[in-house]
Design a protein around this ligand. Structure first.
Ligand SMILES: [Zn+2]
Length: 150
C-alpha cells in the first residue's frame, strides 16, 4: 500500500524542496494577504476585486512566540497520544504580514527569540488511513559563525 502526503489545507502553501506559503496580491493596490483573499480587497482605500497568487518569502523574523502547553480544542488534530507540547511562532514576513505557525520538529521556545530569522519548512502534521497530512512550520535559522562569536 502506498500512502501520499497531502497538504492539510489545500492551496495555502507549496511543497517540494523549497516550500512557500501562497498568498494573494491585490492587482490594484498590491497589498498581499495570507490566507489567500478573494472577493473584495480589505484595504479601505482600494476598490480592487482582482487577486493574483503569489509565493510569500520563505524567511521572516520572529515577532512573538509561545508554548502550547495544553492540547488545543478541535479542529486541532493531536499528532501524538499523549499530547506533546509544541511551540508556536508569529513570524513577520518582508511583505508586511505576520503568519502564525508551529515551530519545526525538534525545536522549542528555547530555540526562539524575538527578531531571530526563521525559515519555512513543510512537515507531517498527522497521518490517517489515506496518508500523511502536511503543514508549514517555522524552523530557526542558525547563521554561520554565530556559535564562534560567543
Ligand atoms: Zn487593493
Amino acid at each position: 500500500m502506498t500512502t501520499t502526503a497531502t497538504p492539510a489545507i489545500d492551496g495555502w502553501f507549496t511543497t517540494g524542496p523549497e516550500p512557500a506559503l501562497l498568498g494573494s496580491r491585490c492587482t490594484a493596490c498590491t497589498t498581499v494577504y495570507f490566507p489567500p483573499a478573494a472577493g473584495f480587497c480589505r484595504n479601505p482605500a482600494c476598490a480592487g476585486e482582482q487577486f493574483e497568487r503569489v509565493e510569500l518569502s520563505r524567511r521572516g523574523t520572529v515577532w512573538s512566540y509561545t508554548d502550547a502547553q495544553y492540547q488545543p480544542p478541535a479542529p486541532y488534530v493531536p499528532a501524538t497520544d499523549p499530547y506533546v507540547p509544541f511551540a508556536l511562532a508569529a513570524v513577520e514576513l518582508p511583505e508586511g504580514l505576520t503568519v502564525l505557525g508551529q515551530v519545526a520538529e525538534g525545536y522549542g521556545v528555547a530555540d526562539l527569540r524575538v527578531g531571530a530569522e526563521v525559515e519555512l519548512v513543510v512537515e507531517t502534521l498527522c497521518a490517517d488511513e489515506t496518508g500523511e497530512r502536511t503543514i508549514w512550520r517555522w524552523k530557526p535559522v542558525v547563521e554561520m559563525g554565530e556559535e564562534a562569536d560567543q
